[in-house]
Design a protein around this ligand. Structure first.
Ligand code: NDP
Length: 239
């Protein structure tokens, strides 16, 4: 049994549900000491207890919250930038600015803030890995989603720019772009409308959060000289 100071450390943002929660479980099963964060502290605390990790409040739109979240994390081996989502999807003519700002603040600036705060700790690893959960919306247009698709494209470009900035340093970067995954994402994007949320998956079997978590764990399990740049994972029947 390794002591906590010897274990590899993983940080997962947005771990209170969906892909982040499943990823935290998968990395814990692979032996990582996992630090999990999100705004719903009750869920984070319960998850941390279950996986033997560390749970802390995290709001990626609040610099002070990020500073408190990363305090004392001097060596981080894996950072999973997962916190994010879509809100109020609608045509540009009907969408509201507040939702655009939420999507950019959370997906784009949130990823930049957390990554910036943890770069020294990732370098200290000697074999750091940054995984960013983007979306197929980072690769192509997305129905009624100008705010979301623009934010996800921007988040992906932040990640890909970091890949260039960090060349020559012992930090790997993997972008994972999922298609449809059944999580709370749909409820958030349709403001809690369950009927609309369920209708999204008509005619196909969506991915589970575990399907994506297994891809993250695979990327993390590669040797230090192997960089998986970008992985697109979709349900079989999604175009
Ligand atoms: P969920 O809604 O289940 O999870 C989103 C997570 O992000 C929650 O844990 C939420 O926690 C957290 N979060 C939201 N805002 C903040 C914030 N300000 N600070 C910290 N954490 C925050 O959806 P998914 O698991 O599906 O989404 C995870 C990622 O996957 C997102 O980036 C999403 O864009 C991406 N994605 C999802 C797809 C899907 O079909 N589901 C497809 C492609 C990409 P809390 O509310 O407690 O803060």
């Amino acid at each position: 049994q390794q002591s906590d100071s010897q274990r590899r450390v993983a940080v997962v943002t947005g771990a209170s549900s969906g892909i982040g929660e499943a990823t935290a479980r998968a990395l814990a099963a692979d032996g990582y000491l996992v630090v999990v964060g999100a705004r719903r502290l009750d869920r984070i605390t319960a998850l941390a207890q279950e996986i033997g990790g560390i749970g802390r409040h995290l709001d990626v739109t609040d610099p002070e919250s990020i500073a408190a979240f990363v305090a004392g994390l001097d060596r981080v081996d894996v950072l999973v930038n997962n916190a994010g989502g879509a809100k109020g999807l609608a045509p540009v003519a009907e969408a509201v600015e507040e939702d655009w700002r939420w999507m950019w603040e959370t997906n784009v600036i949130g990823t930049m803030r957390v990554t910036k705060a943890l770069l020294p700790a990732l370098a200290a690893s000697g074999d750091g890995l940054i995984v960013t959960i983007t979306s197929v919306a980072a690769l192509e247009p997305y129905d009624n989603g100008a705010g979301y698709t623009s934010a996800k494209h921007a988040q992906a470009l932040v990640h890909r720019t970091l890949r260039l900035e960090l060349l020559g340093k012992p930090i790997r970067l993997t972008e994972i772009a999922p298609g449809m995954v059944e999580t709370e994402f749909s409820l958030v994007r349709f403001d809690g409308d369950e009927e609309k949320a369920d209708a999204v998956y008509a005619g196909l079997t969506p991915l589970t959060a575990d399907d994506v978590a297994e891809v993250v764990a695979f990327a993390a399990s590669r040797p230090p000289h192997v960089n998986l740049d970008q992985i697109v994972v979709k349900p079989r029947d999604q175009a």
